[in-house]
Design a protein around this ligand. Structure first.
Ligand code: ATP
Length: 460
């Protein structure tokens, strides 16, 4: 993990938030390469949902909503609270769930206390106080007066915006059950123990699909969406052995879930959830109906028998994933160190080279343009012309600093798919060398045919 954190900072993927002020409570900023990669992840998901499936529409609901939404959803009651334990000695706080599952380090023996959390503090071995509920919603005020009536919350999950727009979507699109609504947006949780870099943070982005279906279809669709989502990760290059599914037993499920499966990834710090697949039943629509007094049942004029018209609360299958969490999974999966270097040139032999083997869809930079040397004006001029020609078509980078070997390594480290080198031959033949990141194979391509050639190589 340290290596990934260090690469992220050094090359501009992820920075700690407000770093000049010492950072801020597990918040992070995405740098110049990070924002490109993050957008690529979101675009891949959006394309998968909206273009590759039928009957899914998009939505972009606001972060702030009427606070009644959060009463209806159960987020203001115990439903959305983590159990928190505190150490009497060092005053660190932990999620009770973590303490129960954690094997304490041998030098920190577990202390079993009567009425306590059942184990000692994982930091200092001290006594832990009894678990108590801690709500994760972040409060804010709307309007000029900070009073109770003006209190609302930053959304803790994006899906509520979809449920409260269910009728609007139905009435404005002519969609019929079953159909889906996809949304990407910020969510906020006042996590007790944010940790593991961007794995658990307080401000993050969720990509959620809510699939509305007939109650009888829900089980089948749950399995369908689970396998669709697993395949999405595999298609984007995640190694099979680093991915697994876990059916969540009833007592560990979220308050709204009739059935829940977690997709887990094998991070450097262990197996952890990256995405949740939930059968939410009619929890959301029936509760919003009750609280808003709007009838959110679906009227089906053409039932299977053709005679009995049905009115019912659609059941919801949800797929929910955090962008930053899978950003970290993709980075970890792609990260490779090659001792002694990939090319056994004298310059490289003693070094460890980093290769980031991200899928080309996710790689922040698709093409780097490099003049072979920078002290030859004609080469630099031609390379800059090629760069300007490609820029409108691909995310490109121009680099002339350092030896060509060093520049290839700099690009390998940030997952650049192809390196284009302009050499002395290029001036005569009007062509250039294209080097593939993964195979390091080089081929010469005419500049006149370059755009078409690259389209076949880096486009989806
Ligand atoms: P966890 O048990 O890890 O807190 P959760 O079960 O509460 O997660 P859900 O409410 O199902 O998570 O949220 C769906 C997804 O949103 C998670 O699988 C994860 O990818 C993402 N997510 C949730 N909380 C965070 C967070 N604090 N930081 C980053 N991503 C998050």
């Amino acid at each position: 993990m340290e290596k990934i954190v260090s690469l992220s900072k050094r090359r501009g993927f992820i920075f700690p938030s407000s770093e000049i002020y010492g950072g801020f409570g597990s918040c992070y900023d995405f740098g110049p390469l990070g924002v490109l990669m993050k957008n690529n992840i979101k675009n891949a998901w959006w394309k998968e949902m909206i273009q590759n499936h039928n009957d899914i529409v998009g939505l972009d609901a606001g972060i702030l909503m009427n606070p009644k939404v959060w009463q209806a959803s159960g987020h203001l009651t115990a439903g959305f609270a983590d159990e928190l334990v505190e150490c009497k000695k060092c005053h660190k706080r932990f999620r009770a769930e973590e303490i129960k599952t954690k094997n304490p380090a041998p030098h920190r023996p577990a202390l079993l206390q009567k009425g306590g959390a059942g184990a000692g503090c994982p930091e200092c071995g001290g006594e832990l106080i009894k678990p108590r509920k801690f709500n994760l919603m972040m409060k804010t005020f709307v309007g000029p007066v900070e009073e109770k009536a003006a209190t609302t919350y930053l959304r803790a999950e994006t899906c509520q915006g979809i449920y409260v727009n269910f009728l609007n979507i139905l009435n404005s699109t002519r969609l019929k059950i079953p159909f889906g609504v996809a949304q990407i947006g910020k969510a906020f949780r006042n996590e007790i123990t944010p940790r593991d870099f961007v794995y658990r943070i307080r401000e993050f982005e969720q990509m959620e699909l809510q699939w509305f279906c007939h109650p009888k279809e829900a089980d089948k669709l749950f399995d369908y969406w689970k396998s669709e989502r697993v395949n999405w990760y595999l298609d984007l290059g995640i190694k099979k052995e680093n991915l697994r599914e876990k059916e969540v037993p009833e007592k560990e499920r979220a308050h709204y879930a009739k059935r829940q499966a977690d997709i887990e990834y094998h991070f450097p710090f262990g197996w952890r959830e990256i995405e949740g697949i939930h059968n939410r039943g009619d929890w959301d629509l029936s509760n919003h109906s009750k609280f808003s007094k709007e009838d959110l049942r679906y009227f089906d004029p053409s039932t299977s028998s053709g005679q009995v018209k049905e009115k019912y609360f659609p059941h919801i299958i949800e797929t929910s994933v955090g962008v930053e969490r899978i950003f970290l999974a993709f980075l970890s999966d792609a990260y490779q160190e090659i001792k002694g270097g990939r090319t056994k040139t004298t310059e490289a032999t003693k070094e460890i080279e980093i290769l980031l083997k991200l899928d080309k869809k996710l790689a922040p930079i698709k093409v780097a343009v490099l003049p072979l040397v920078r002290n030859k004006l004609e080469l630099v001029k031609k390379a800059k012309e090629v760069y300007q020609m490609l820029k409108p078509h691909f995310v490109c980078q121009y680099d002339e600093l350092g030896s060509i070997g060093r520049r290839y390594r700099r690009q390998d480290e940030i997952a650049t798919v192809l390196c284009l080198t302009i050499d002395f031959e290029s001036l005569k033949q009007d062509d250039l060398t294209i080097r593939d990141r993964d195979t390091m194979k080089q081929e010469r391509v005419k500049i006149s045919n370059l755009i078409n050639f690259l389209k076949t190589k880096v486009e989806n």
